[in-house]
Write a protein that binds this ligand. Structure first.
Ligand code: HEC
Ligand code: HEC
Ligand code: HEC
Length: 143
């Protein structure tokens, strides 16, 4: 988990926050719609299993390959818990309101992280530092 933690510490959502607000791992990696649906999703679609598999992970996981499937373990509902102002906009954030209109109107299939790389700054470099270069087969963990 070292590369994930190191990259998180360098991200504005983690150690590099300038606002004094740090996101929790679970903010982004568990669905957050509200308490009821949180439990509901957890029970119904096995979000907890997803968390265990993708976020806690095992040592022999291919972390490079896993990134391709980030949309399966990062939830927009988590982003929106903190960034819900994008939905309505304000005078100050009109540009952002316009940028996200298709998203909230449902006319784009893109998720938050399709457009924004957040949470783990320079994850690629951290992965390489920890596991060595990208391989096609499973990357074995070198601690
Ligand atoms: C602000 C949202 C956010 C927070 C907070 C966050 N993550 Fe992530 N995480 C992401 C995103 C987005 C990705 C996919 C990033 C990518 O592949 O470039 C990701 C990817 C991962 C991966 C898969 C990495 C890989 O190489 O396959 C793991 C594991 C992970 N996060 C664990 C954590 C842990 C542990 C924490 C808390 C220390 C955490 N995350 C905090 C958004 C977040
Ligand atoms: C716990 C609240 C919280 C959560 C959850 C959260 N954010 Fe943020 N986000 C913030 C704060 C606070 C900042 C401003 C940080 C700063 O400027 O130091 C920020 C900054 C950003 C920025 C601009 C800075 C950058 O790193 O590019 C983007 C884009 C962003 N968030 C997108 C997302 C997305 C996408 C998610 C979900 C994967 C997410 N956020 C989850 C609170 C959150
Ligand atoms: C189709 C691509 C797209 C999608 C999907 C998208 N965004 Fe954005 N987002 C943008 C663009 C473009 C901007 C820059 C707007 C501007 O000029 O300020 C932006 C700006 C932002 C900012 C302000 C960044 C800063 O530096 O202050 C935040 C925060 C943010 N988006 C969060 C989110 C969240 C959370 C989601 C999902 C609910 C999301 N975005 C979905 C394209 C997108």
């Amino acid at each position: 988990m070292k590369p994930m933690q190191a990259s998180f510490l360098n991200d504005k959502h983690g150690g590099a926050s300038t606002k004094g607000v740090q996101a929790l791992c679970s903010d982004c990696h568990l669905p957050q719609d509200n308490y009821v649906s949180y439990l509901y999703v957890k029970a119904k679609s096995g979000a907890w299993d997803v968390w265990k598999e993708f976020v806690l992970g095992a040592d022999d996981v291919d972390w490079y390959a896993k990134r391709e499937r980030a949309n399966e373990f990062v939830y927009d509902s988590g982003c929106l818990k903190c960034h819900n102002n994008l939905r309505t906009g304000s005078e100050r954030s009109n540009k952002q309101f316009v940028a996200h209109k298709p998203y909230f109107m449902g006319t784009t299939e893109k998720t938050c992280i399709d457009c924004h790389s957040v949470g783990h700054k320079d994850l690629e470099q951290e992965l390489k530092r920890h596991f060595g270069p990208v391989t096609t087969t499973s990357v074995s963990s070198v601690k």
